[in-house]
Design a protein around this ligand. Structure first.
Ligand SMILES: [Zn+2]
Ligand SMILES: [Zn+2]
Length: 126
């Protein structure tokens, strides 16, 4: 399993951070289209709860996916996008100034523009 990272800015005065983890997570789509976070471990169990106990393998595949942590530079909002399915645009402001977590890491912090946004290895493995 991948290592756990903490994503944050090196500038102590800057509060920009993204939830720690792998930078992405599994979700399952509820009946109303809402994406429910399925945390590891037990993600398949949770996905079944959301999609339905009697869902076929196909339906389960169709209604689960991976959201990647992204950040809209325009409105400074963290957004989660399924890069395989979603348009790479901010759901809040429709800007396409959206960067994925991979594009943010080791670059200048988009919030304070003073620090560097880093992925710090916590040493933990999920
Ligand atoms: Zn935005
Ligand atoms: Zn910063």
């Amino acid at each position: 399993m991948p290592q756990i990272f903490e994503f944050h800015c090196t500038n102590p005065d800057c509060e920009f951070e993204i939830p720690s983890g792998w930078g992405y997570y599994m979700y399952a789509e509820a009946d109303d289209g809402e994406r429910i976070h399925c945390p590891h471990p037990g993600e398949m169990r949770r996905a079944r709860d959301v999609v339905g106990e009697d869902a076929s393998r196909e339906e389960l595949d169709h209604r689960t996916g991976f959201n990647t942590y992204c950040f809209c530079i325009h409105c400074e909002t963290q957004v989660d996008l399924d890069l395989g399915r979603d348009e790479k645009a901010c759901p809040e402001c429709r800007s396409n100034a959206v960067k994925t977590i991979d594009e943010l890491v080791d670059e200048q912090c988009p919030v304070c523009e003073a620090g560097t946004f880093i992925a710090e290895d916590t040493g933990a493995i999920a």
